[in-house]
Design a protein around this ligand. Structure first.
Ligand SMILES: [Zn+2]
Length: 160
């Protein structure tokens, strides 16, 4: 990678670098993260041009998840669809993603193909809710609240 020069980067080189970055990151990255990792090698316009080229070739797919842009690498060799699941915590705003190879999810895309004649290459599930950390914090906060209520009751007794 070190032999790439920022100014002399060709279109196919930037495409290679984008695919390389995606492959090293489980085939899904935030657009921001991708740009940040490549900006020392190529200009912003070169990076965006590379993304557009790869999108047009059908090698990558862009998607929006809770106001953030993500890019996924869809391997052209495999007939399998790429299932991506995002959990979006509405409390801390963190996003978690999983790649699922669940047979129940595969079944959904098979049914869609059968009934709607639509071949799904990329399936995005987005779940909004409360993450494990926030759930734990909410629980302990409500326990503290209860304690406070009890303390207040005690103090009101003491004052009375
Ligand atoms: Zn959270």
């Amino acid at each position: 990678m070190s032999n790439y020069k920022k100014r002399n980067l060709k279109n196919n080189q930037i495409c290679e670098m984008i695919i390389d970055y995606l492959k090293r990151n489980n085939n899904i990255v935030s657009k921001q993260g991708l740009v940040q990792s490549l900006i020392s090698w190529a200009s912003l316009s070169t990076i965006y041009r590379g993304i557009n080229r790869l999108e047009q070739k059908g090698l990558i797919i862009s998607c929006d998840v809770a106001n953030d842009k993500y890019i996924a690498y869809v391997s052209d060799e495999s007939n399998k669809s790429l299932n991506l699941t995002f959990f979006v915590c509405d409390v801390c705003k963190k996003k978690f993603w999983l790649k699922l190879s669940d047979s129940a999810l595969e079944k959904i895309s098979r049914k869609i193909k059968k009934f709607y004649h639509f071949d799904s290459k990329f399936i995005l599930y987005e779940f909004h809710g409360v993450c494990r950390n926030c759930l734990f914090e909410l629980k302990s906060n409500s326990m503290n609240l209860k304690k406070e209520e009890i303390n207040n009751e005690d103090s009101s007794y003491a004052n009375g």
